[in-house]
Design a protein around this ligand. Structure first.
Ligand code: MTE
Ligand code: LUZ
Ligand code: MOS
Length: 764
């Protein structure tokens, strides 16, 4: 159990761990199936773009066990699931826009029957031209939303005063979320024409609202409940709605419980991934290697509809200059419409895509100038007072302290020398290294979303029930909520139950995302606990005949008044409060103060604070086979005052490995027909235990931490992923020390195949 006696640091464990390793944790597919439950399977488009000429499912309907087949015309409300822009039909209506787009829903008594029926459906499609490349989409004017420009200073003029100017292009690939638990929902009809839906979602409100308008009912008719996710990583921020709508629609019409859970390969081909980007950059430096001007154009591959891409596009711009102080910046971002599944949120949310480009630009300049990239990186590092291109002034900056601590702690000079010596002595094995600073903004960039609520009940036996809008997806938010309640109320964690996330108990939630779940919901929970605590203190004073002003503290379930321990236990205090007919429940609310952003001028103060850190990555490349290993990732990360070191360390380590996977081995491949070729775990390689760096050190930079962070413990969910970008540059450097003329563009992932080709390539 969580030890709270020593304060919030306590014993740093995750309360979910035991359930996970013993198989007792409950995911959607573990919910005991009710009698009469039907199974829903999506029939999805086999073509990426075209007009539906004819669909014949008459034979499918006759398959034994098939109950019904639904299409767009069976929707009582709107055939629309777009989260930001209403541009995404639930069922294709007359036209298909990507392979994997839902066309029909087969509902059957068994999964096997649904599977059989699937094979009997015939669809005829008149093909239309297929676009998979964002630059091509841009050329044809295919945009998902308004393009955005962040500007600071005057780059046109500034470039004229630069001694050195370099231009180039960079690309980052997509990334499959590969949550262990696939998408899924289980819906069943309730009294008063309503539905209860168990959904594997990060965004309960979005699921609730979308099902409601698909069914043409009020949100109050749809109750969404989420126990936990077997991972989300952004993939269930918006896209969980598809499965909930399917199960919900069938349950609503048929008045039967309906489960809709895709198999892994269905999930992989139907859902969107991290947005791939193609970008141009231009960077200008003065004689001292100060970066004076920086321009980029980002072409985001959005897929067939907007989904979260407009918000992701924006975050790319927010993080386009990473940790650097650049006086003249102009960044343009286009969200390009292609015939791929709508791409979506993925840990970092466009930030990593933006950071990769500035790192490529700096590396490009460094190679041309014959200096170490880390010299230019350090020279241009931001500090307090720096103005971001979006107008926010840097405060509480830990960029330089993190960098310096890496240099000192891991002895960068000796690492460089070892690598040099090694490379001199070895002809066919080469080592490389890189430094990767990260500065990541904490808050939803949409200011409105930065709010949360919590509901606390103290039952009259002294036990406590906590509900918040936070979804546990492996990031440890339940444990942190438990820590908040236990510490605020001064009681043992054993008395507290963290309830499922449920739209009836906590309404209008923002998705669990943007690394802000813990801050927002934790602060709302603190607010609820404090309200009850104030009432309890009043009662304690009354019971003990103390003055109104007497200081009451509850610690380890014992009441102290003016520092004196009283004969008043927690249980007794709760009973006495109830006997006095005082409310033992409270609803807490929190809205992040200060933040604002004006999209018309693209300036403001969008982030509550920033998280900083630096990673040093070393790799070894086998120059005969093109394979490589990540030898070490040494990180100094700014946690503020960590409230749970093991969880925070786990987030760091997991994020780093996921980032390395994105940069090195995870390769999403669509062919020109828009068909996903990397559609299974045999053709899509994610990092496993053998891909984890041999050495992975995370040093906790102990800064004070901002007030906006829960207990001054900084948000940690997404920022560490971006350390993985360092692996790309370290591998590239190793290849260049084997072959200085290698052709190795700034295109990720840098797979072993690409490395092998590059090792024996030659620039003309
Ligand atoms: N960690 C695990 N184990 N599983 C996940 O799905 N999602 C990441 C990160 N860490 C994720 C995770 C993403 S994308 C986000 S935004 C944050 O957790 C969300 O949680 P937080 O806001 O509490 O940090
Ligand atoms: N989702 C979102 C996010 O809607 N807005 C954000 O700013 C964000 N940032 C990171 C991850 N998800
Ligand atoms: Mo995370 S991409 O904000 O779900």
């Amino acid at each position: 159990m969580i030890e709270t006696k020593t304060g919030i640091a306590g014993k740093d464990i995750n309360i979910d761990a035991a359930g996970h390793v013993t198989g007792r944790s409950i995911y959607v597919d573990d919910i005991p199936v009710m009698e009469g439950t039907l199974f829903a399977k999506i029939f999805d488009s086999p073509h990426a773009h075209g007009i539906i000429k004819h669909i014949d499912y008459s034979k499918a309907e006759t398959v034994e066990g098939v109950v019904s087949i639904f299409s767009a015309t069976d929707i009582p409300g709107r055939n629309e699931i777009g989260g930001i822009i209403a541009d995404e039909p639930l069922f294709a209506n007359g036209k298909v826009q990507f392979q994997g787009q839902p066309v029909l829903l087969i509902v059957a008594e068994t999964e096997d029957a649904a599977e059989e029926a699937f094979k009997e459906i015939k669809i005829e499609i008149d093909p239309l031209p297929i676009i998979t490349d964002p630059r091509e989409a841009f050329k044809q004017g295919q945009l998902l939303c308004r393009s955005r420009t962040f500007n600071k200073g005057d780059t046109k003029e500034a470039f004229q005063n630069c001694k050195y100017v370099f231009e180039g292009a960079a690309e980052t690939g997509g990334q499959e979320h590969l949550y262990l638990e696939t998408q899924g929902a289980y819906a069943y009809p309730m009294e008063s024409d309503s539905l209860k839906i168990y959904s594997s979602t990060q965004g309960l409100r979005h699921v609730q609202e979308t099902v409601a308008h698909v069914l043409n009912v009020g949100m109050n008719k749809i109750e969404v409940d989420t126990t936990r996710l077997g991972g989300g990583f952004g993939g269930k921020e918006d896209q969980a709605a598809v499965w909930a709508c399917m199960a919900g629609l069938a349950a609503w019409v048929l008045k039967k419980p309906v489960k809709c859970i895709p198999h892994r390969m269905e999930d992989m081909r139907m859902t969107g991934k991290r947005n791939p980007y193609k970008s141009n950059y231009k960077i200008g430096l003065d004689a001292e290697y100060r970066i004076i001007a920086y321009e980029t154009t980002f072409y985001q591959n959005g897929g067939a509809s907007a989904d979260l891409s407009p918000a992701i596009l924006e975050r790319t711009l927010f993080h386009g200059t990473n940790s650097y102080d650049i006086p003249h910046v102009n960044m343009i971002a286009h969200s390009c419409k292609t015939n791929l599944p709508p791409n979506t949120a993925f840990r970092g949310f466009g930030g990593p895509q933006g950071m990769f480009v500035i790192e490529a630009a700096i590396d490009h300049a460094a190679k041309e100038l014959g200096v170490d990239a880390n010299y230019i990186q350090r020279k241009n590092m931001m500090d307090n007072g720096t103005e971001f291109p979006y107008g926010q002034i840097v405060a509480g900056c830990e960029a330089k302290p993190c960098w310096e601590e890496v240099v000192k702690r891991y002895n960068i000079e000796s690492i460089k020398k070892e690598i040099d010596d090694f490379n001199k002595q070895n002809d066919f094995v080469k080592k490389g290294f890189s430094m990767m600073p990260v500065c990541f903004g904490i808050s939803f960039t949409n200011t409105m979303m930065n709010q949360a609520r919590a509901l606390v009940h103290i039952y009259w036996d002294g036990s406590v029930s906590v509900s918040t809008g936070a979804v546990e997806m492996g990031q440890g938010v339940n444990t942190k909520m438990l820590q908040v309640a236990a510490n605020c109320l001064g009681i043992s964690a054993a008395r507290i139950k963290i309830e499922t996330t449920n739209t009836t108990r906590v309404a209008n939630t923002s998705p669990s995302a943007a690394s802000s779940t813990t801050d927002l919901n934790g602060k709302a929970l603190l607010n609820a606990c404090e309200q009850i605590l104030e009432r309890l203190k009043k009662v304690a004073r009354n019971i003990c005949n103390e003055e109104e002003t007497a200081a009451v503290i509850i610690k380890d379930e014992i009441v102290f008044i003016n520092g004196v321990q009283k004969e008043l236990s927690w249980n007794e205090l709760i009973k006495q409060t109830f006997f006095r007919r005082i409310n033992l429940s409270a609803k807490g609310h929190y809205a992040t103060p200060v933040i604002h952003f004006d999209k018309t001028i693209e300036k403001g103060h969008p982030f509550a604070y920033h998280v900083y850190g630096t990673a040093l990555t070393t790799v070894t490349v086998d120059c005969i086979r093109g394979i490589y290993e990540i030898d070490a990732v040494h990180v100094v990360h700014d946690f503020g005052t960590s409230m749970n070191r093991n969880i925070d360390l786990g987030q760091c380590e997991g994020g780093i490995v996921q980032g390395i996977g994105w940069m090195t081995m995870e390769e999403i491949v669509y062919n020109e027909d828009g068909r996903l070729l990397s559609n299974a775990l045999s053709t899509y390689k994610i990092p496993d235990i053998y891909s984890v760096p041999a050495e992975l050190n995370v040093h906790f930079l102990h800064s004070d931490g901002p007030e906006a962070a829960l207990f001054k413990s900084k948000a940690v969910g997404e920022p560490p992923l971006m350390y993985g970008i360092g692996a790309f540059f370290a591998i590239r450097n190793a290849v260049l020390s084997f072959n200085p003329n290698a052709i190795l563009p700034y295109v990720s992932p840098i797979t072993p195949e690409k490395v092998l080709m590059a090792l024996y390539s030659k620039k003309l």
